[in-house]
Design a protein around this ligand. Structure first.
Ligand code: OOG
Ligand code: NI
Length: 471
C-alpha cells in the first residue's frame, strides 16, 4: 500500500456520510421523505430568522453551513472486538468516543458511547456522530439466550478483509489514508453497516432471542451491524413533527427532551415507528423461509445549547420532578399531560441567553466585536458586562451529544409501539463505564471537558486580541 500524500480526514468523513445517506435512503425510502421534510422546514426557518432582527443571537448558532450534512446514526454492536474495530474505523474519519450512556436505566441490556468529532474546525465542517451501543451479556437473565447470542456473535465477522487491511495501514500512518485508500475504505465500511436481510440465526434461534429481549435479536441475528437510523437535524422540530403526521408517517406521539423554549438547550428528538421489514431465515434443509423483523426507524432532532454541569444538574432535576408528577396523575391523554407538566416544571429553567450565562448554565464561545475599545479594561468588568456593552458577543455552543433518558424513550417506543409511558419508568441502574472502556480499548472522553475547553480557548483569544485580562 502506498504512502501519502494523505486525504484530509474531514473529506473522508464527508464522503463517508454522503455514502451512508445514499445507502440508507435506498434501504429505507422513508428516510428520504424525512430528509426532504426537514430540509424544507429548515429553509423556511432560516428565511424567517433572517427577516426578524431580534433573533440574531440564536439564529447565528443554529443556521450554520454544516446543517445540510448534519446527521447522527445509531449502531448496535455485539462484542468487544466489534466495538474496538469500530473505534479504529471511526478514527479514520476523525470520530472519537465521547461520553458514557447507561441504558440499563431503560431496562436494556446495553451501554453506549457517542463517536463524534471533537475539535471546533472538524465540528464546523461536518459533525457526523454515531450513537454506538454494546451488548452487556451479563445483564441477560436467561443463560440459554446468553449462550446462543454469544455463539452467533462469535461466528460472525462484520468487517471485510479489505477493510481490516486498510485499518492496519491507516494505523501505521497516524490514522491517515491516501485518497485511493480512502475511497476503498468508504466502500468497504458501508458493507459493515448495510442491511443484510438473510439472518445468520435460524428462525427458532431468532425467536429464542426475541423472547429474551427484542433488541437481542436485532443485535445478534444478522451478518452485519446494520445502521439502525440516520437522523437529520431540524431547526424546528414541532413544525417537522407536524409535517411528518400530515404526510402520514406514524410519528411517535411526543417529543423527547426539554420542552419547547425561546432559548433551546440540549436536544429534542422524535421518531417514526420501526418498520416491519422482510427478512429470510435458512431452515435446516438449507432453503430460505420468509420472516419479518422490526427494528429500524426514522428520527429527527433539534439541537440547542450545551449546558454546563450546573445546567445539566438543573435539567436532570426538573426532568425527574416532571416524571414524578406525571406518575401521580392518571390521565387519559398521557402524551399531552406529560408535555404540560414538563412545560410547567421547566418554568424554573431560565429562558434568556444573558440569564443563562450569568447563572453559568450554558457554555458559550466569546468573540471580540468591531466596537472601538479603550486600552484598558473597564474597572470590574465582567465577561457579561463586556457582552452587554457590545465589546464581546457570546455564541451558545451547540450540544453535540445525546441524552440517556431520551435515548431510552426512543428505544422503547420503537420496541413496542404505543409504550410511550414506559420509557420514563426507571428500571435498573447499573452503569459500568470501566467495562465499556475495557471493551473499547481506550478511555472515553468527557463531553464537559470538550465544551469547557472550547469556551476557555475563546476567552483566551479575546484576551489576546484585546490585551484585556478578560476571564
Ligand atoms: C439508539 C437509540 C438512541 C438517540 O438518538 O438517542 C438514539 C438505538 O436505537 O440504537 O439514537
Ligand atoms: Ni438517534
Amino acid at each position: 500500500l502506498s504512502a501519502g500524500p494523505y486525504a484530509d480526514p474531514n473529506d473522508i468523513r464527508n464522503a463517508f456520510t454522503v455514502a451512508m445517506s445514499a445507502m440508507y435512503r435506498n434501504e429505507v425510502p422513508l428516510y428520504g421523505d424525512l430528509v426532504r421534510i426537514v430540509r424544507s422546514i429548515n429553509e423556511h426557518v432560516i428565511e424567517q430568522r433572517s427577516k426578524s432582527q431580534s433573533a440574531t443571537e440564536s439564529a447565528n448558532y443554529a443556521a450554520s453551513e454544516r446543517l445540510d450534512l448534519e446527521r447522527h446514526g445509531a449502531i448496535r454492536l455485539g462484542t468487544p472486538y466489534e466495538l474496538r474495530t469500530v473505534r479504529r474505523l471511526f478514527a479514520v474519519i476523525g470520530l472519537k468516543p465521547v461520553g458514557y450512556y447507561d441504558l440499563s436505566v431503560a431496562g436494556l441490556p446495553m451501554h453506549a458511547t457517542c463517536f463524534r468529532p471533537v475539535d471546533g474546525v472538524a465540528l464546523a465542517k461536518n459533525p457526523f456522530r454515531v450513537f454506538t451501543t454494546l451488548l452487556r451479556p451479563e445483564l441477560l437473565r436467561d443463560e440459554e439466550a446468553r449462550n446462543l447470542a454469544a455463539s452467533l456473535l462469535d461466528r460472525r465477522e462484520i468487517f471485510s478483509p479489505e477493510l481490516l487491511e486498510l485499518l492496519d495501514a491507516a494505523e501505521q500512518n497516524d490514522n491517515r489514508l491516501n485518497p485511493q485508500q480512502a475511497e476503498k475504505f468508504v466502500t468497504e465500511a458501508m458493507k459493515t453497516f448495510s442491511w443484510r436481510p438473510v439472518a445468520s440465526a435460524s428462525e427458532s434461534e431468532y425467536r429464542k432471542l426475541v423472547s429474551e429481549h427484542p433488541i437481542l435479536a436485532d443485535i445478534a441475528s444478522f451478518k452485519s451491524s446494520h445502521i439502525n437510523h440516520l437522523t437529520p437535524r431540524t431547526l424546528d422540530i414541532t413544525a417537522s413533527q407536524k409535517q411528518m403526521s400530515v404526510e402520514g408517517l406514524k410519528v411517535k406521539d411526543r417529543i423527547e427532551g426539554p420542552p419547547a423554549r425561546k432559548c433551546p438547550i440540549l436536544l429534542r428528538q422524535t421518531s417514526f415507528l420501526a418498520l416491519e421489514e422482510r427478512i429470510k431465515f435458512r431452515n435446516s434443509e438449507g432453503s430460505l423461509v420468509e420472516g419479518t423483523h422490526r427494528a429500524r426507524f426514522g428520527e429527527i432532532e433539534e439541537r440547542g445549547a450545551a449546558v454546563t454541569t450546573k445546567g445539566r444538574k438543573l435539567y436532570d432535576q426538573l426532568l425527574v420532578a416532571a416524571m414524578d408528577k406525571y406518575r401521580t396523575v392518571s390521565a387519559t391523554s398521557k402524551a399531552t399531560t406529560m408535555d404540560q407538566i414538563l412545560a410547567d416544571v421547566f418554568q424554573a429553567y431560565p429562558d434568556d441567553w444573558s440569564e443563562l450565562r450569568k447563572q453559568d448554565l450554558v457554555y458559550c464561545t466569546y468573540h471580540l466585536t468591531q466596537k472601538p475599545r479603550p486600552d484598558t479594561l473597564p474597572l470590574n468588568a465582567s465577561l457579561e458586562s463586556l457582552v452587554s456593552h457590545g465589546f464581546l458577543t457570546a455564541k451558545p455552543i451547540t450540544y453535540e451529544d445525546f441524552l440517556p433518558f431520551s435515548a431510552a424513550g426512543i428505544f422503547q417506543s420503537n420496541l413496542k409501539p404505543g409504550s410511550e409511558g414506559e420509557s420514563i419508568q426507571k428500571q435498573a441502574n447499573m452503569p459500568d463505564q470501566e467495562g465499556l472502556e475495557r471493551a473499547l480499548g481506550c478511555p472515553l472522553l468527557s463531553a464537559d471537558d470538550l465544551y469547557l475547553r472550547a469556551q476557555t480557548q475563546s476567552i483566551e483569544q479575546c484576551a489576546m486580541g484585546s490585551g484585556w485580562d478578560v476571564r
